[in-house]
Design a protein around this ligand. Structure first.
Ligand SMILES: Nc1ncnc2c1ncn2[C@@H]1O[C@H](COP(=O)(O)OP(=O)(O)OP(=O)(O)O)[C@@H](O)[C@H]1O
Ligand SMILES: [Mg+2]
Length: 280
């Protein structure tokens, strides 16, 4: 299998009833097993981009989209679908089964997977997301974070090569967000899954290998999280909230205290401030 999970060349897209182009000449390449974050403010074209990549929208432009070297189009849709699992924003819209385990089994039933293997895969996926003890619970009785774990298990059971999270954490509290992203990170490295995570929260890009920022349908910035996070003026111009540590550093600078310009965690900044304070 190719080492490129996703390769997009010169992709533009316009919805039929929209006068403007939603995506403009996007180029993007994601290696197998890496974590890409797509970051932008609302309405910038993130969901459109991943729907095109997953073949859920038809690419009518001259540009090309390839998943593991295979062009994404209607002819190849069945095989493209095999590679990709998606988790969406609203946990309540993703359940089809009366119990957690039925829900995870549902996608496997659709693929007519043999019963013993099905039981094994459901079991293993629920263990992977630490939800095995909830196997017989009604999905509606779970918390938001637990629901998203089950949604993730349903995707995992299908053994995808790429997992796409479209703002999958946005309805969770900060702790739930962190814990879901940590889990995704663990599964990514365990199963060498490629992760494409869409977010408009800049705090969520830290675990990624590669970040792109889209604004007005165009790719505006690309790089590792550390490189993106120091672009505070650009980030603000794209309507993205500058991280807390950056804001603190800026305020300190105005007060004549200069902290190094590379990105650091809240704890590191707090330690530095503490050191300055104790010297005063
Ligand atoms: N079916 C559609 N028909 C026409 N225009 C659409 C359609 N779906 C989305 N759009 C428009 O395309 C643009 C990009 O939408 P998209 O949903 O891709 O953005 P997004 O970055 O995912 O936004 P959000 O952060 O709010 O989820 C928006 O201006 C939106 O109004
Ligand atoms: Mg969206």
């Amino acid at each position: 299998m190719s080492n490129k999970a996703l390769e997009i060349k010169n992709l533009s897209f316009k919805y039929r009833h929209n006068s403007k182009e939603t995506l403009k000449k996007i180029n993007l390449s994601v290696e197998k097993g890496k974590w890409l974050s797509i970051l932008s403010r609302n309405g910038s074209g993130k969901t459109t981009l991943i729907k095109l990549a997953a073949g859920l929208l038809e690419n009518s432009s001259k540009g090309s989209i390839k998943i593991f070297d295979q062009e994404v189009n209607q002819e190849n849709f069945a095989s493209i679908k095999e590679h990709i699992g998606m988790v969406f924003q609203n946990p309540d819209n993703q359940f089809v089964g009366p119990t957690v385990q039925d829900d995870v089994a549902f996608g496997l039933e659709n693929k007519s997977i043999e019963r013993n293997e099905m039981i094994e895969r459901v079991d293993s996926a629920l263990k992977d997301v630490e939800m095995i003890e909830f196997a017989n619970r009604e999905p509606n009785s779970l918390s938001g974070g637990q629901k998203q774990r089950v949604a993730l298990a349903s995707v995992l059971a299908l053994q995808p090569d790429i997992i796409i999270l479209d703002e999958a954490t946005s309805m969770l509290d900060p702790k739930g967000r962190k814990s879901l992203l940590k889990l995704v990170q663990k599964l990514r490295s365990q199963y060498k899954i490629t992760v494409i995570a869409i977010t408009h929260d800049i705090q969520e890009i830290e675990q990624s290998d590669q970040v792109i920022i889209i604004d007005g349908g165009k790719k505006k910035l690309e790089g590792k999280p550390a490189k993106i996070l120091i672009e505070d003026e650009k980030l603000e111009s794209f309507g993205l909230e500058v991280p807390f540590t950056k804001r603190v550093r800026k305020r300190l600078f105005e007060l004549g205290i200069i902290l190094p310009n590379d990105y650091e965690s809240k704890e590191m900044v707090a330690n530095k401030i503490w050191k300055y304070y104790s010297k005063m």
